[in-house]
Design a protein around this ligand. Structure first.
Ligand SMILES: [Zn+2]
Length: 257
């Protein structure tokens, strides 16, 4: 029997089939915590849930506490973010954001600004051209990582704290240690295990972290640099979230780079 019911504003992150026609939804709640609940009959074409609880959409839901998972009793669409389903490329840019969120958000653990950041990211993705999608994705990933406590050090050496200077002419590579937590200076390279990454990727990741999505839309970036930022983030996620994100691998192969 259903328990007490509560209203939540959510963003739908993930859907898993349950039984013949139900879905288990993983959602980000407005306080930045994760919510999971069953939408009964949601895979039937005539179900009101099917259109109102699409991936990446914002909705108001009424959830009754269940024995293990809550049961969604009502859903009202707030923002469908339909453009993300109309374009394969934009959908491919939204998917890593949703995947990272379901991996790092936790039930009962509010994270300030996570919901607003995600809502802004999906809203922005919905109004840009496909080729502008990857840098919005890259910005959303680094911001989500920072909000959840996985912020890399992009400007100071993780070993000695020295500010990292741009290599000659701002080109070239710098040392980066995902294990130790970020960039490594010339002097510490000898005793910190690191890999060489493009300086432009490190600098751009830092700019994306500090910029609003509106500013990022207004500032075109070299697609090769955006790709390098996404690869840096993938490396960081593998090390700190212990997963290889399939959605990022798909984004790398969907023709945008
Ligand atoms: Zn150092």
């Amino acid at each position: 029997m259903a328990g007490p019911s509560h209203n939540h504003r959510v963003i739908v992150l993930r859907k898993i089939k349950l039984g013949e026609s139900d879905l288990i939804l993983t959602m980000l709640s407005s306080d930045g915590s994760q919510l999971r609940a069953v939408a009964k009959g949601a895979r039937k074409p005539q179900s009101p849930f099917s259109a109102r609880l699409e991936l990446y959409s914002v909705a108001d839901v009424l959830i009754a506490s269940g024995r293990s998972l809550g049961i969604i009793q009502e859903a009202r669409a707030v923002s469908a973010n339909a453009a993300l389903h109309a374009s394969l490329e934009l959908s491919a840019c939204a998917a890593p954001v949703a995947e990272l969120l379901w991996r790092v958000s936790q039930e009962g653990l509010p994270v300030l600004r996570l919901f607003d950041c995600t809502q802004a990211a999906f809203e922005t993705l919905g109004r840009v051209a496909p080729e502008d999608g990857p840098r919005i994705c890259a910005a959303a990933l680094i911001k989500i990582l920072a909000f959840c406590g996985f912020r890399p050090s992009l400007t100071y050496c993780v070993s000695c704290g020295t500010p990292i200077d741009a290599p000659f002419n701002g080109e070239g590579d710098v040392s980066f240690s995902a294990t130790e937590g970020g960039v490594v200076c010339q002097r510490c390279r000898a005793h910190v295990e690191s890999v060489r990454v493009p300086w432009s990727a490190v600098r751009t990741a830092d700019v994306l972290l500090r910029s609003t999505f509106s500013d990022i839309v207004a500032s075109p970036l070299d697609q090769r640099t955006v790709f390098a930022v996404l690869q840096l983030e993938h490396q960081w996620i593998r090390e700190h979230i212990s997963c290889s994100m399939k959605s990022l691998l798909f984004l790398f192969s969907c023709g945008l780079f």
